[in-house]
Design a protein around this ligand. Structure first.
Ligand code: BGC
Length: 258
C-alpha cells in the first residue's frame, strides 16, 4: 500500500509517498518552510500544495507538533496558538479533498522506528525522543505506544527541557557539540530516573549528525541509538497511521488495531 506521509514541524513541512511494505520513501521528499505565522489555514495551504505536487489522490497521513486527540489539536508549543482546538483532520481533508489521519509528530516517528528501524522487535520500555524545533517523545511498552506523551516539557533547572536541549536551543545559544550533549545527557538522566527505559532512540533533525553527539551521551544506563530513518521517520509514521498499520497509533482508543 502507498500512502502520502506529511510531517509538519515548527520549521519545515516534509512530504513523500511511502511504500508501507518496506517503510521506504517512493520519491525524494519535498520540504517547504513552515509558514509564518503558522496558522491553520497557512499550514493547510502547504499540505494542499504538497498533495498536488505529488499528484496524490490516495490516503494521507499527517503529523502535527503537538498533542492530537481524535484529529483535534490540544497543544501548540512551537506553532501558532490558533491551532489549539482546531480539528486538523477535517481541515486537511477539506484542503486536499482526501482522507487524512493526523497524529503527534514524535509518536509517528516512534511508530516508524519500532516497525522498520532502531526499535524493531525491541521488547520492554522504549523511549523515542526527537530533537528539532522542540523535543518530542514517544513511549512504547512491548511495542505498544502510549500516545501523546509530552516529555519535552519536563522542567530542568527551572525551564522547559526543550528550551535547553532541543536542536533549536543549540542553534539559538550557539552551543558546541560538547556543551549541548551535556544538556541532552542531563535531560536523559531525568528521563531514565522517571521511566527506566531499556532503549532510547534519538531522532529529529539533529539525528543526521548523530556521530557528533551520541557517543557523548554516557550518563545513563539505557542503550542510546540514533533513529535508523533519521529525520524521515515522521513521514513514514504519518503514512502508517493513515493505513492503520501495526499496533500503535493515533491517540484514539482502538484505532490501529491489526
Ligand atoms: C510539542 C510536542 C512535539 C514536540 C516535537 C513539543 O513542543 O509539545 O507535541 O512532539 O515539540 O515537535
Amino acid at each position: 500500500m502507498h500512502v502520502l506521509g506529511i510531517d509538519i514541524g515548527g520549521t519545515g513541512i516534509k512530504a513523500a509517498p511511502v511504500d508501507l511494505e518496506t517503510g521506504q520513501l517512493l520519491a525524494a521528499r519535498q520540504k517547504i518552510e513552515t509558514p509564518r505565522p503558522s496558522t491553520p489555514d497557512a499550514v493547510a495551504a502547504v499540505v494542499r500544495e504538497q498533495t498536488v505536487s505529488f499528484g496524490w489522490n490516495g490516503p494521507i497521513g499527517c503529523t502535527f507538533p503537538g498533542v492530537v486527540m481524535d484529529g483535534t489539536v490540544w497543544t501548540a508549543a512551537n506553532v501558532d496558538k490558533a491551532w489549539i482546538g482546531t480539528d486538523a483532520a477535517s481541515l486537511f481533508r477539506k484542503a486536499t479533498g482526501g482522507e487524512v489521519t493526523v497524529l503527534n509528530d514524535a509518536d509517528a516517528a516512534g511508530v516508524a522506528e519500532m516497525t522498520y528501524g532502531a526499535g524493531k522487535d525491541q521488547p520492554g520500555t522504549v523511549l523515542m525522543l526527537t530533537f528539532g524545533t522542540g523535543i518530542g517523545s514517544a513511549l512504547f511498552t512491548d511495542g505498544v505506544l502510549v500516545p501523546n506523551t509530552e516529555f519535552g516539557h519536563i522542567e530542568i533547572r527551572g525551564r522547559d527541557a526543550e528550551k535547553r536541549a532541543s536542536e533549536r536551543a543549540k542553534e539559538l545559544h550557539d552551543l558546541s557539540w560538547g556543551k549541548w550533549a551535556g544538556r541532552v545527557d542531563e535531560y536523559l538522566q531525568h528521563m531514565e530516573a522517571l521511566l527506566s527505559p531499556h532503549l532510547i532512540i534519538i531522532g529529529g533533525g539533529i539525528s543526521k549528525q548523530a556521530d557528533k553527539f551520541v557517543p557523548l551521551l554516557t550518563g545513563i544506563r539505557a542503550k542510546v541509538v540514533p533513529a535508523a530513518m533519521r529525520n524521515d521517520a515522521g513521514i513514514v509514521g504519518a503514512a502508517m497511521a493513515a493505513s492503520h498499520t501495526g499496533r500503535h497509533h493515533t491517540g484514539r482508543p482502538g484505532a490501529g488495531e491489526p
